[in-house]
Design a protein around this ligand. Structure first.
Ligand code: PEP
Ligand code: MG
Length: 892
């Protein structure tokens, strides 16, 4: 028996997405729950893959199954394919496992030819309609199946439209459409050296092959690359009986969401156009009406559609994105799928649906991707700067608020230019009449998108929302001149290269550059509710990396439960302190060194006091100085150059002596590989007094604020331990200082001493180190560097990203934790560390711990907490909860 390549709608269901594609599986599901879906069938994704495997040949038996299925739908529709008196027409639509908006191809009106055209005209009593359908078929088939440029057909159509009074498609007369068909066919012949195929089955065969081919079309490949989707899924092909929205004023077509996909508001949201086909809405050629208008225009249909929408949402328990057509007063559902939504809508819909009892809190937490939380932290225009721009008359126009967020950049009109400038790090706004899949590469690199035409469901809007990129669409006030690379609006001309600012939240477009600022997290009630639920679920603590009171306070606002890494060296670089640090390093005797350390102490103490206050009630893990000392001194090459110049010119002998002395010190500190040199705990052990000073500052600060009533929990973290003795000796020395300070101040604090695990040897000998440590914190930046033997400062700029591009490495290991290598060390470390010291607390503070995949791993191996930069704290809270919903916690 040959394999089953073709499924009727009634043979499928929503769980068969891998085989039938999302669209087909949901058409099948809708058919089976009794909704009005035109008869049709699905050619499977397996058939697509088999087609490519066989060098673009349909697999054996597939075409016969298509013919069989055509017979069935002929019976269901009561029409026949190619029958001149009662013709059946079909569409051929792509449908991958996940939706790829506008990326794949669709051919409509298959089955029309010079004969069936008359049958259609008679059947509908509408000759004009039949000719219009025919010209659409030739145009789409010519473009999609045969690759004739779309604009060649559009130019012909535009020339005829220009002869009408209204200038729209609908103004073309039947005779004009006949001429359009004649000209389209001539163009087809000229471009391809063959006639347009009038055999309906030849049309169908070629259209199915073209849909398969579109899977590897440039836009689809670019989209999958941008989204990280595999290329071997293949697309299914949906063959669906045509229903027509352009049969007159009792017909129409539209797209709608069960809730607002930009804001999440619970209200039917969408657009429709009377007397039009679906492509007219999606392509943004005519600007459609909001769906709420349908309530007045077609109350019966509106009522029926609302009921179906509600039913679908309850059935799928998620936001639905639906396509429908009204053919002579009868409603047909052409698609439903889980709707793409902005981060804001994702959060609101998840929280609302949980509150409505439609889904559980756990499901709500699962529904939002951690990285979507990022979009809440996206810049908005500074309200004052925006007000000023308005007062200055810079508000140019208001379009549709298609995708929220604010962006400023220079105007570019072409996707290629946007891509190039974006890659060069320039902020650009891509301005287009409308966008289509050919523009995706430029859209990906633009800061924002502005289109003249198209609605909330136009290509530009859908893609921008998916990517969380600001977009203003349908801004009809602007007039774009692509030839001269300008647009005019309100009497002003904006040229390529001029600055504009767009607000995708309000639809406003401004001339000039408006400053942006982050939104207020506290006011995001739904997000904080969702994160509150996440907190109830997660097992991992979420701390933050912060080294000043402002960052600490912001992280608290974002929900951080303490500081997991306070890097103290940043404090040494500040203007007033640097010269003292330099003198400390250069000091010739103990007394001078101590004097400098004594001068640094109050600065450090003050920094710590601010941080402790901001973290009232939470642990603050302070890491002692880590970088090599030479980093505080001028670069060696620079010094050599200055010394040589002064020696040659003989000018300024005093300065020369000073620089020579500095150079001697720098030379003495110079190391071939400083990242593996005298840094971390080694500096603490070798430079007398340095870490003692830091510990004194920490404990004086802690005692001082404790006296103010602040609940302080200082934890001292010793960096870069590789041998137990390093840690053991440092701890003993520093704990004595801590105890002395507490005795002086008469305050007993709850404190800890621990180490970072950044060197493979430390992970391997965790059992020994854990006997002396209260906590471990994985410094995965260094641990990755040392495990891979790849320099973290050089590799990304040199070869690492090429490695990822070429598939040599699955990810950049400095971004996504390497579970197999670094992760193995971490597992070992956790196991041995806890066995030696059951009370040992284990966290991590490398860059990885704000990245969802790495956080999931941290949960699996049973770490106690992750620590990340303040802006990633909300992401980490959600990612940790999702990890808990997916995996057992490693800490028993
Ligand atoms: C680390 O190595 O992961 C770490 C947090 O320390 P730093 O990045 O400061 O070396
Ligand atoms: Mg480190």
């Amino acid at each position: 028996m040959t394999k089953k390549w073709v499924y009727l709608f009634r043979e499928g269901n929503t769980r068969m997405r891998d085989l039938l594609g999302g669209k087909g599986a949901d058409l099948a599901e809708m058919t089976n729950i009794g909704l009005p879906v035109p008869p049709g069938f699905i050619v499977t994704t397996e058939a697509c893959n088999a087609y490519f495997d066989a060098g673009k040949q349909f697999p054996a038996g597939m075409w016969e199954q298509v013919l069989e299925a055509m017979k069935t739908i002929e019976q269901e529709a009561g029409k026949r394919f190619g029958d001149p008196t009662n013709p059946l027409l079909v569409s051929c639509r792509s449908g991958g496992r996940v939706s790829m908006p506008g990326m794949m191809d669709t051919v409509l009106n298959i089955g029309l030819n010079a004969e069936t055209l008359h049958g259609l005209a008679q059947l509908t009593g509408n000759e004009r309609f039949a000719w219009d359908a025919y010209r659409r078929l030739i145009g789409m088939f010519g473009n999609i199946v045969k690759g004739v440029p779309r604009h060649a057909f559009e130019d012909i159509l535009d020339a005829y439209k220009a002869q009408t009074v209204g200038g729209k498609d609908t103004d073309l007369t039947t005779d004009m459409l006949k001429d359009v068909v004649r000209d389209f066919k001539a163009l087809y012949r000229r471009e391809l050296g063959e006639e347009f195929p009038d055999d309906p089955y030849e049309q169908l065969r070629a259209a199915i092959a073209a849909v398969f081919d579109s899977w590897f079309g440039a836009p689809a490949v670019a989209y999958r690359n941008a989204e990280g989707l595999p290329h071997d899924w293949g697309t299914a092909v949906n063959v669906v009986t045509m229903v027509f929205g352009n049969m007159g004023n009792d017909s129409g077509t539209g797209v709608a969401f069960t809730r607002n996909p930009a804001t999440g508001e619970k209200k039917l949201y969408g657009e429709y156009l009377m007397n039009a086909q679906g492509e007219d809405v999606v392509a943004g050629i005519r600007t459609p009406h909001p769906i709420s208008d349908m309530q007045e225009e077609l109350p019966g249909i509106y009522e029926e559609f609302s009921r179906i929408a509600e039913r679908l949402e309850r059935h799928y328990r998620d936001l639905q994105d639906m396509e429908f057509t009204i053919e002579r007063g009868k409603l047909w559902m052409l698609q439903t799928r889980s709707g793409k939504r902005t981060a804001r809508a994702a959060v609101k819909i998840a929280v609302d649906m949980a509150n409505e009892g439609l889904i559980t809190k756990e499901e709500a937490v699962r529904r939002v991707q951690p990285n979507q939380v990022n979009q809440f932290l996206h810049p908005q225009f500074d309200p004052q700067a925006k007000e000023q721009a308005k007062k200055a008359g810079d508000l140019l126009a208001v379009g549709l608020n298609a995708s929220p967020g604010a962006a400023a950049g220079t105007v570019v009109f072409e996707a290629d230019v946007a891509e190039k400038m974006g890659n060069a790090g320039q902020a650009v706004i891509l301005v287009r009449p409308e966008t289509n899949p050919d523009d995706v590469h430029g859209m990906a690199k633009a800061k924002g998108i502005l289109t003249q035409h198209g609605g909330m469901t136009s290509h530009a809007a859908v893609v921008a929302r998916g990517w969380g990129k600001p977009c203003v669409a349908g801004c009809e006030e602007i007039r774009i001149d692509l030839t001269n690379k300008t647009f005019t609006v309100a009497g002003r001309t904006i040229k390529e290269g001029d600055f504009i600012s767009i607000d995708g939240t309000t639809g406003e477009v401004f001339a000039g550059h408006i400053a942006t600022r982050p939104p207020s997290f506290k006011e995001e009630v739904e997000l904080t509710t969702l994160l509150g639920w996440a907190d109830e679920i997660r097992k991992l603590g979420v701390l933050t990396n912060a080294d000043n009171p402002t960052d600490a306070a912001r992280a608290r606002e974002f929900g951080a439960e303490g500081i997991g890494l306070c890097r103290t060296e940043h404090m040494f670089f500040e203007e007033e302190r640097r010269p003292i640090v330099v003198r400390m390093i250069m000091s010739e005797d103990e007394a001078e060194r101590q004097e400098m350390l004594d001068r640094l102490l109050p600065f450090q103490r003050e920094d710590f006091e601010g941080i402790f206050r901001a973290m009232d009630g939470y642990p603050v893990i302070i890491r002692l100085i880590d970088p090599p000392m030479h980093e505080f001194l001028p670069p060696r090459e620079e010094l050599i150059e200055q010394v040589v110049t002064l020696r040659c010119t003989g000018a300024d002998p005093a300065r020369l002596a000073e620089l020579e002395k500095m150079l001697t010190v720098v030379n003495s500190l110079w190391e071939i590989n400083p990242m593996m040199g005298l840094r971390g705990c080694r500096a603490g052990l070798m430079y007398k007094g340095l870490t003692e000073m830091q510990t004194r500052a920490i404990f004086e600060a802690a005692c001082n604020v404790a006296k103010e009533g602040v609940d302080v929990h200082p934890e001292v973290m010793i960096p870069l331990t590789s041998h137990v003795n390093e840690f053991h000796i440092e701890r003993e020395k520093l704990e004595a200082v801590a105890k002395a300070v507490m005795a002086e101040k008469g305050v007993a604090l709850d404190y800890k001493f621990g180490t970072m695990i950044e060197v493979p040897r430390a992970a391997l000998t965790a059992g020994e180190i854990a006997r002396y440590a209260d906590f471990f914190s994985f410094g995965t930046n260094d641990l990755t560097q040392m495990t891979y033997g790849i320099s973290r400062d050089d590799a990304e700029g040199k070869f690492l990203l090429a490695y990822v591009r070429r598939g040599i490495l699955p990810h950049n290991p400095f971004e996504v934790l390497d579970r197999d290598g670094v992760g193995l060390l971490m597992r070992w470390c956790v196991e041995k560390g806890r066995a030696a010291n059951p009370k040992l607390e284990i966290g991590g503070c490398g860059e990885h711990f704000g990245e969802p995949n790495s956080i999931e791993f941290s949960h699996i191996i049973g770490m106690d907490y992750v620590s990340c930069s303040p802006f990633r704290v909300p992401i980490a809270r959600l990612a940790a909860a999702q990890a808990a919903l997916r995996h057992e916690y490693g800490r028993k």
